[in-house]
Write a protein that binds this ligand. Structure first.
Ligand SMILES: [Zn+2]
Length: 376
C-alpha cells in the first residue's frame, strides 16, 4: 500500500498523476469503510432487545413487590435514555442509584452513521426522559421524536443548549489549500462525495462540543436540570452528585488550560474533525483528514495538503481514534515519516474500554497526556 501511495514533490508544487489519484481514492475508500459497524449494530440491537425484555420483566416484578410490600420496597428508578455515551456518563454520575440510564448507540458503535430502529423508539417511548445532544449530532432526532408512541409521557431534552456552537466557515477544512494545483473535475467529484457522506450532520454546525471540558460543564448542568425536573423529589440528591461531577470537570478544565497553555506546538492533525471545541477553548489549531464525519471519503488533495502541512509545521504525531479504522492515519504518518497516537473524540467507548471501566473522565485525562506528549 505504501508504494502505491507515493506523493510526488511535496517540497515543490505538488504533481500527482490521475492514476495515482484514482488508486488513492480506491485505497482510501476501502480503508475508511468501518467494517464492523453493521455487525456491531445488529449485535447491539439484539442485546438491546434482550435488555428491554429483561427490563420489562424486572419492572413488572418490581411493581408487584411494591404493591405487596410496605414503604421499604425500592422505589422504581427513573428511566433515562440518552443518545450517546458522554450523556450516559453524565446521567450515571448525577443520577447515581436513582436512575437507570441507557444509551441508544451502544459500546463499539460509531454514532455518526447510526440510525434508530423501531425497538429504539419503543424503549424511548417507555422511558421518563430522553436526553440527546443536538447541534446536528443526531440527524435523525426530529423524525424520531415524531415517531414516539402517542401515549408516551417521555420528555425529550436537547443537552447542547447554552453552548456557544462553532458554525459556518470554520467548520469546513482545507478550503484554503485548494490552490495546490489539482484538477477541477477531481475537485467537484470529491466535494459531491463529501456532501453526500457528511449529511448526518446538519448543515454547517460542528456538533462535537463534549470533547472540551468547558462544554462538558454546560452539558452536565443541563443533565442535572433535566433530572431534577423529571424527579423533583430527589432534587437534593441530584444536586449533590452534580456538584461532585462539576468539581471533577472544573479540575479537568483547569489542567487542560494550564498544561496546553505552556506547549510550543499548537497544531493537531486528526483523522476526523472532532476537536474544534477543544482547539477553540484551549488555543490549538485542528487540521483534519476527513472532515466532520469519520465515514466521509477524504479527497486526494486534502491528503496531499495535510502531508504538506505536517512537514511544514514540524508536526510529530498524527492522531487517530479507536472507533474508526486507523489505516488512513497510518498511511499519512508513513508518508510524512511521523508517528501516530490516539486522540479520542469520546463519541463512544469500545467494548474493551467499557469492560475495563474506562469513563469519559479517564479518556479525557488520557487525551490530555497524549496531547502533552505530541505537542511538547
Ligand atoms: Zn464526530
Amino acid at each position: 500500500m505504501n508504494s502505491r501511495f507515493t506523493l510526488y514533490g511535496l517540497g515543490s508544487p505538488v504533481r500527482i498523476t490521475a492514476a495515482v489519484v484514482i488508486t488513492l481514492l480506491i485505497v482510501l475508500t476501502t480503508a475508511c469503510g468501518s467494517g464492523n459497524e453493521n455487525g456491531a449494530a445488529s449485535d447491539n440491537g439484539q442485546k438491546q432487545a434482550e435488555e428491554s425484555r429483561n427490563n420489562n420483566a424486572a419492572q413488572g416484578s418490581a411493581e408487584q413487590k411494591n404493591e405487596d410490600a410496605s414503604d421499604e420496597a425500592d422505589e422504581p428508578k427513573l428511566q433515562v435514555i440518552t443518545s450517546f455515551y458522554p450523556l450516559q456518563y453524565m446521567v450515571e454520575e448525577i443520577g447515581g442509584e436513582r436512575v437507570e440510564a441507557r444509551s441508544l448507540v451502544a459500546a463499539g458503535v460509531e454514532p455518526h452513521d447510526w440510525t434508530p430502529k423501531s425497538r429504539d423508539l419503543q424503549a424511548t417511548s417507555n422511558a421518563a426522559l430522553f436526553l440527546y445532544h443536538g447541534a446536528g449530532l443526531e440527524g435523525w432526532v426530529d423524525d424520531f421524536l415524531g415517531g414516539l408512541s402517542k401515549g408516551s409521557s417521555v420528555v425529550a431534552k436537547e443537552m447542547s443548549q447554552g453552548i456557544s456552537l462553532i458554525t459556518g466557515e470554520g467548520v469546513h477544512v482545507h478550503g484554503e489549500h485548494d490552490e495546490d494545483g489539482h484538477q477541477d473535475d477531481e475537485h467537484e467529484h470529491g466535494e459531491n462525495k463529501a456532501d453526500e457522506q457528511g449529511n448526518s450532520h446538519s448543515s454547517d454546525i460542528d456538533p462535537h462540543t463534549w470533547v472540551s471540558p468547558k462544554s462538558a460543564l454546560i452539558l452536565a448542568n443541563n443533565v442535572k436540570d433535566s433530572l431534577i425536573e423529571a424527579d423533583e423529589s430527589h432534587a437534593e440528591y441530584y444536586q449533590e452528585n452534580y456538584e461532585a461531577l462539576r468539581a471533577k470537570l472544573e479540575e479537568l478544565d483547569k489542567r487542560y488550560s494550564e498544561e496546553l497553555g505552556t506547549l510550543k506546538q499548537k497544531n493537531i492533525v486528526v483523522s476526523h474533525q472532532a476537536f474544534g471545541y477543544l482547539a477553540r477553548d484551549y488555543g490549538l489549531t485542528q487540521e483534519s483528514i476527513m472532515g466532520l464525519n469519520p465515514g466521509a471519503e477524504p479527497r486526494a488533495q486534502d491528503i496531499l495538503a495535510i502531508a504538506k502541512f505536517v512537514k511544514e509545521h514540524g508536526v510529530q504525531y498524527i492522531f487517530f481514534e479507536e472507533l474508526v479504522s486507523d489505516d488512513l492515519a497510518n498511511m499519512l504518518a508513513r508518508e510524512a515519516k511521523v508517528d501516530t497516537m490516539v486522540l479520542n473524540p469520546l463519541e463512544g467507548l469500545t467494548k474493551e474500554q467499557e469492560k475495563n471501566g474506562e469513563t469519559y473522565l479517564t479518556l479525557m485525562e488520557r487525551n490530555l497526556q497524549n496531547l502533552i506528549l505530541a505537542l511538547q
